[in-house]
Design a protein around this ligand. Sequence first.
Ligand SMILES: [Fe+2]
Ligand SMILES: [Fe+2]
Length: 279
Amino acid sequence: METCNSIAERLKDLPAMPGVVIRLQSLTKRDDVGSREVAQILEKDTAIVARVLKLVNSPFYGISQGVSSIEEAVAILGFNALHQLALSTAVFHTLAPGDSVLDINDFWRHSFGVGTITKHLCRGQSKDTQNEAMMGGLLHDVGRLVFASADAEKFNAFYYERAAVTDIEDEAEFFGVDHQTVGALLAEKWNFPKSITHMIGKHHCPEQAPEAYSLLVGAVSMADLLCHTMAVGFSASSYATDFSCAAWQQLNLEISDLEVILTDALSEIDDAEHIFSSP
Ligand SMILES: [Fe+2]
Ligand SMILES: [Fe+2]
């Protein structure tokens, strides 16, 4: 059996966080970021430029005259949306699932769905918390991409060639580590904010999150369960964590709030369908 260390060793061989994301992350600490400055960073990465222009020209933004300049797109989308887009584009491009049978569009839809619902579950919180909610949700299952890109054959054998629904303990036994732990190791390596690292690392065991992050971790765990229940995308396994009473209490919501949240989030997920097609 592989040990946790051997998978952690393999993380050293994975590509480093792309420079464009590192430079963008350094801007998040400042309040006076101009669109020209952000555009200059983004223009260095063609995959991100393509995604940004595709998104800003989609019906979702309802801009009738086409937007062809990245600077104009930056002004329309705003820094936070671009930061999320650049980060997720970089992650999904860097961790290509190789020869695995993982459907990346389904995976992306699940990730985007969990991000959007997590953000809506945190609607009573600050804008910063909502942005973290979106990013943590988007990246929560990134550990599965690490498995797929590190050893596609083993990934297929575990997720697609076994009859039983697999849970976290099965994963840990098979790979030597489960996908939330390996995802958190990657998040640390890439210097993600601590909140995101905990959301990735504890989304199947929200009660183990440190107190300062329990709201965000509870929200991502709840959003994951909701996406599994409603079949929003697919991230290689139909396994979801049980409903967590503690997480639900943290969110301080009524069942009637949940109805509104899901209606809003699902329509946002449908509107953004066009960006799922080429992560
Ligand atoms: Fe997961
Ligand atoms: Fe998930």
